[in-house]
Design a protein around this ligand. Sequence first.
Ligand code: NAD
Length: 421
Amino acid sequence: MPTATAVVERNAYDAAMENFDHAADALELARDVREMIKYPERILTVGVPVRMESGRIRHFDGYRVQHSTVRGPAKGGIRYHPNVTLDEVKALATWMTWKCAVVNIPFGGAKGGVTCNPKEMSSGELERMTRRYTSAILPLIGPEIDIPAPDVYTNSQTMAWIMDTYSVTKGYSIPGVVTGKPISLGGSLGRNEATGRGVFYTIQSACQHLGMSLTGATVAVQGFGNAGSIAANLLFDAGAKVIAVSDSTGCIRNPKGLDIPILMRYKETTGKVAGFPDSEPIYAQELLGLECDILVPAALENTIHEENAQYVRARIVAEAANGPVTPDADRILDSKGVFLIPDILCNAGGVTVSYFEWVQDEQHLFWESQDIYDRLERVMKTAFRDVLKIQTDRQLPMRIAANMLGVGRVAEAVQIRGLYP
Ligand code: NAD
C-alpha cells in the first residue's frame, strides 16, 4: 500500500449523479421522472461576515441546499470544514434524499456548510459565525420546511445556537427547527450515538448474512469522531478486535486490539489518537490496506479511490462516512468480492434518531433511551433486509440496490403527487 495520499481531484456531486443514473437505469425510470427528482430544488449561497477575536471582520462562504421535499421537510446536517464547496454540499444533500427514503422516514434531503477551519477558531468566533449563518439561511429553515443537524465539526452546541437564533427571530422557542440538540433544549436520548449505533446494527446484519462471527472479528476505523468512535466502541463491546484507528492528526495500530473505552477518554483529553499508549503509529494510508474483517471509513468523501481500492483487504466495508468510496473504487471492491454496506444505508441511524427527536419535539413527549435503541434497531435491520433483497433478487452491487430502494421510493412519491400546475 503506498503511504502517500494521491492528489486527484474528485467531485462528490459527479459521484452522486453517477450513482443516481445507475439506480435509475436499473429501475428503468422514465426520463420525465428522472428530470423531476435528480436535481436540487433550492440552492442558497450566503456570505457570512464574522468579527474575529482580533477585532477585524472576516468573510466566510456558506451554503444550504435542499435537494428534495417530495416526501416531507428537507433534512440534513451542517458541516464546518476548510474543504466545503457548493458541489460537496449538493452531493451530501442528494444522498440525504435517498437515505431518508431507504429508512422510510418522511423527510427529503438537504445539507449545509460553511467553508472555514473551526479548529483555528475560538468558541466566540464559532458562535458568531453560526448565528450569522443561521440568519442568512433563515428563510429556508423551519420545523415543517428544512431541519438542520450536526455533521463534521459541528455538534449539539452548534445546534443550540441555531435553535436560539431562529427562536429569537420568531419570538418563541422552536426546538423542532434543528435536531442533535442538547437534551436540556429538547434533544433526544440516543441521538449523539445514533449514527455509530446504526453502523453497528448494519454490520451485525452483514455478519449474519455472511455467516461471520463478530466475536474476534478484526476491525479498522478511519476517522475517530462521532460516527467512527461510537461504532468502534459498540464493536469492541460485542467482542470484536479494533486493531487500528485514525483521525486527522494520526493513525495508530495494535494487532492485539485497542482498548476503545480508554482510547475514547484519551482522545477526549488530548484531542487526538496519536501517542496512545499501547499502540504503534502507522501511515494513514496503511490503515485502509490492513488485513482485517471489517473496514469502517468514518471521515470524509473519496477516501477509497481507484488508486488505493486494490489494496483493501477487508471482507466488509461499512461506510459510516458519506461518499468515502468513489464509483471507480466501487467497481474494484466489487470485483474483489468485498461486501459493501453503502453510506445511505450504513450511516442512516443519525437521521433516523433525528426523526425521532423531531417527532418528540412536535409532540412535547419524550421517550426512554431503550425505546429509541429498539426502534432504531428495527428501522436499520428492516432497511438492511430491504436492500439485501434487491441485491439478491437482481444480482447487483449493494450500492446500486440501496440507491434503487431510495430513488424508487422518491420516484413513486413524485408520480403520485404529480406536477403543479
Ligand atoms: P466528526 O467531526 O465527529 O469526526 C470526524 C473525524 O474524522 C474526526 O475525528 C477527524 O479527526 C477525522 N478525520 C478528518 N479527516 C481525516 C482524515 N483525512 N483521515 C482520518 N481521519 C480524519 O464527524 P462525524 O459526525 O463523525 O462525521 C464523520 C462522517 O460521518 C462524515 O462523512 C459525516 O457526513 C458522516 N455522518 C455523520 C453523521 C452524524 O450524525 N454525525 C450522520 C451521518 C453521516
